[in-house]
Write a protein that binds this ligand. Structure first.
Ligand code: ATP
Ligand code: MG
Length: 377
């Protein structure tokens, strides 16, 4: 059980690279936090500072209210699983998992206690039957579980994981992701998990920390990050295929809001209109964002639509990914479910067809084109 608090944490490497700027985060006891962002954004550096494997250049890291900046990794009571988990090839699975316990000299742990801990962890991870095998006789996913088990046996306050699944193939990764969710329910501890995969971040995290160039972009629940991205970077990073963006005009007239994009005019209704009014947003240039899955197509023109030409139609099984080009030459993607599609629409899905793209107010995201920030936050 532990809280972790980072206050103005900074990392400047010897070569003057500022890898992490002013990182502030309050992690609750038993929370599952995910750091996500593109390569080089400072995820591993931040995790390694929490672990004590990297010196902290500024700010403080607290575990359970105690500043740990100057504590050795072994005194921080944390467990860590890396992408390249090295198992000892000559030791059995049991001995690999027992290894950190045998190292602990003070107080020396009895063999009975070691046996109990290893077998309990093996049971949780479903690897009991492999305890006598050597690592080379295991699959990638099983080895991964041994590496997690080796971290689990130590009764740590905080569990740190740096891209633990990235060496596995796609199928195994999905399976292990589900197992980590189950594991989390069984070992009630605080988790900090690093990944560059937004799906992993969304499915695992209680809260997600989205990073770019050493700066935190947004900290929130997966749902909030998806529904209310703080800026264009977050909006484009979370969701696949990524959100479509348009140069647009927001017009306020007689207490109503309209968005003008190319030759289309969309009235903003409901909750989004209310939020714009509450924030007192006036008429201005905006970047409009709409996710591919929140767009639909019609074959008849209407005022709130964008005339587009179909370039590529990707069949994904349950849905189509329609790659379209608007009148102004903007490339967009629209996801449409195949199950509910009417026959008339299906007739219009050949290469070069003219289609009209539309979307509802609740699907609209409004960004300031200068600052890139969400106008509703
Ligand atoms: N030992 C080091 N010395 C100098 N610069 C470093 C060192 N380690 C990392 N960096 C730099 O710090 C920045 C952050 O690196 P970090 O490894 O934290 O990124 P990351 O988000 O974990 O990326 P990835 O997804 O590729 O693992 C990068 O610009 C990287 O080049
Ligand atoms: Mg990394």
């Amino acid at each position: 059980m532990a809280t972790v608090k980072l206050t103005n944490v900074k990392k400047v490497y010897d070569n003057k690279v500022v890898a992490v700027h002013d990182f502030n985060l309050d992690i609750k006891d038993k929370e599952f936090i995910v750091f996500v962002g593109p390569s080089g954004c400072g995820k591993s550096t931040t995790l390694r500072m929490i672990a004590g494997l990297e010196e902290i250049s500024g700010g403080t890291v607290e575990i359970d209210g105690e500043v740990v900046n100057d504590l050795q990794p072994k005194d921080r009571n944390i467990a860590m699983v890396f992408q390249n988990y090295a198992l000892y090839p000559n030791l059995t699975v049991f001995e690999n998992m027992a290894f950190p316990l045998r190292l602990k000299k003070n107080p020396k742990m009895s063999n009975d206690e070691i046996y109990e801990r290893v077998t309990k962890a093996a049971e949780i991870l479903g690897i009991t039957e492999y305890l006598t095998r050597k690592p080379r006789a295991l699959s990638g996913g099983q080895r991964q579980r041994v590496a997690i088990g080796r971290a689990m046996v130590r009764d740590s306050k905080v569990f740190l994981m740096d891209e633990p699944l990235s060496n596995l193939d796609a199928k195994l990764r999905n399976q292990m992701r589900a197992e980590i969710i189950l594991l989390r329910q069984k070992i009630d501890t605080t988790f900090i998990y690093v990944t560059h995969d937004q799906t992993e971040a969304m499915t695992l995290g209680d809260r997600i920390v989205i990073m770019k160039d050493g700066y935190i972009q947004q900290v929130d629940t997966p749902q909030m990050v998806f529904d209310m991205p703080a800026n264009l970077f977050v909006a484009g990073f979370i969701g696949a295929p990524q959100m479509n963006f348009f140069d647009a005009e927001l017009k306020k007239k007689d207490g109503k809001y309209y968005v003008e994009v190319e030759n289309g005019r969309f009235e903003v209704r409901g909750e989004k209109a209310k939020m714009l009014a509450e924030k007192n947003v006036g008429s201005q240039k905006i970047t409009l964002g709409v996710r591919p899955e929140h767009m639909s197509i019609t074959h008849e023109k209407r005022e709130d639509s964008l005339r587009s030409r179909l370039e590529v139609n990707e069949m994904m099984g349950s849905e189509l990914h329609l790659h379209m080009v608007t009148e102004n030459g903007k490339k967009i993607i629209v996801r449409v479910p195949t199950l509910t599609m009417d026959d008339e629409t299906k007739k219009h899905l050949s290469y070069g067809s003219e289609l009209f793209v539309t979307f509802e107010s609740k699907a609209m995201h409004f960004f300031d084109p200068e600052t890139t920030n969400n106008l509703l936050i």
